[in-house]
Design a protein around this ligand. Sequence first.
Ligand code: GLC
Length: 432
Amino acid sequence: MKKILLLIFATLLNIFGISAQKPNTEWFEDARFGMFIHFGPYSVLGAGEWNMDTWPITKSEYAPLQQIFNPQAFDPAAWVKTAKDGGMKYIVVTSRHHDGFSMWDTKQSEWKITNTPYGKDILKQLADECKKQDIKLGFYYSLLDWNRDDYQWTTGRTGHKAGRDSTKINWDSYISFMKTQLTELLINYGDVAIIWFDGHWDQTEEDNRTSYATKADWHYDEIYGLIHTLQPNCLVANNHHLPPIKGEDYQVFERDVPGTNESGLSGQEISRLPLETCNTMNKSWGWYITDDDWKSPAEIIRLLVKTAATGANLLMNVGPMPNGVIPPECVTRLKTVGQWLEKYGQSIYATKQGVVTPQSWGVSTQKGNTVYIHILDVNTKELNIKIPNIKSAKFLNLPDKLVWKKDKKSGNVHFALPEKLDEINTVIECKI
Ligand code: GLC
């Protein structure tokens, strides 16, 4: 009864356009490192999460996965432990990916985890465990759908080979389905830290970085309003590859440190909102049996450092195997990253972009009057940089005494560096 009243109240507030106050993003900006989890029936196929569209597989061919998907070894405590051991401060898990399969006991569809032989609600177990272990949990939610007949797939760039009947498209019904599903997620799973949307780009002419034109009206105003009304502190994010729109609480980048565009999925203007970039530990989001192109722990640490130096969070992905276990390759890597953070995390957590802009030798982060210089190029012999009002400087992770002096005329600080620098990242801590 309480839930129904809450829902009516939220709907009324929405109708009258009463928007909730801005959610608190402080925890998010302090967090700097989060875990992304891609898990669903696609994991059974061991080939990422796009196989329904790329092989392609029709929805009737894909349907038996519901009878096969049975993650018996799923242990929410083990997932949370892996995140915590990695020094990660939040988790974003796929609640429903592009194949439209719901990882919770939704009342809006039969295409869901509780209709598999496994039969249990994955999100509920994970939400309870996150609460118990005091780590924030957010839900990835796909806007596009390769399974539902009412989704407007004819104007979309994907999902054309799913074997759907175009006469069954009903956009109003699809929007209302999404709103009801999001309501379920926001009233039945405790505090939801983030709703992380993906798939907007399905309805754009091309995957561009500037035009907001879309072939489908996503009703963002209503959807974002609903989220903020049901949970005023839930952050709304959208991986639309564009600068944020009204109602979004932070800006998402995909596979790129903000300001770089190596993946070809970034290059959009950087907003003043908090930032996050997501990335993969090998090349894939969903479990991919032949993908052993793992980033080394050092590479992950350096990516995290470079990301933090732009004032952004890194949401690092793991793709659990079909039995529900996070691949050991991920677990061991994250453990090493976590050990590094345990020792030197003060140069990452709760920092902002530092006074020294990214250079060929490395980057900087800053917390109050402490500036952290991160030297990522081991061949660096000396540094000549501007750090206004420097008072002291020392190595955070080398035993050597740091030799430095300030040139009165230029104001530059000169650091003479030892022969052997740290292989991962030499950190200098400066007080200003
Ligand atoms: C892309 C992919 C999707 C993945 C996401 C993660 O949008 O379509 O499969 O979940 O990136 O950022």
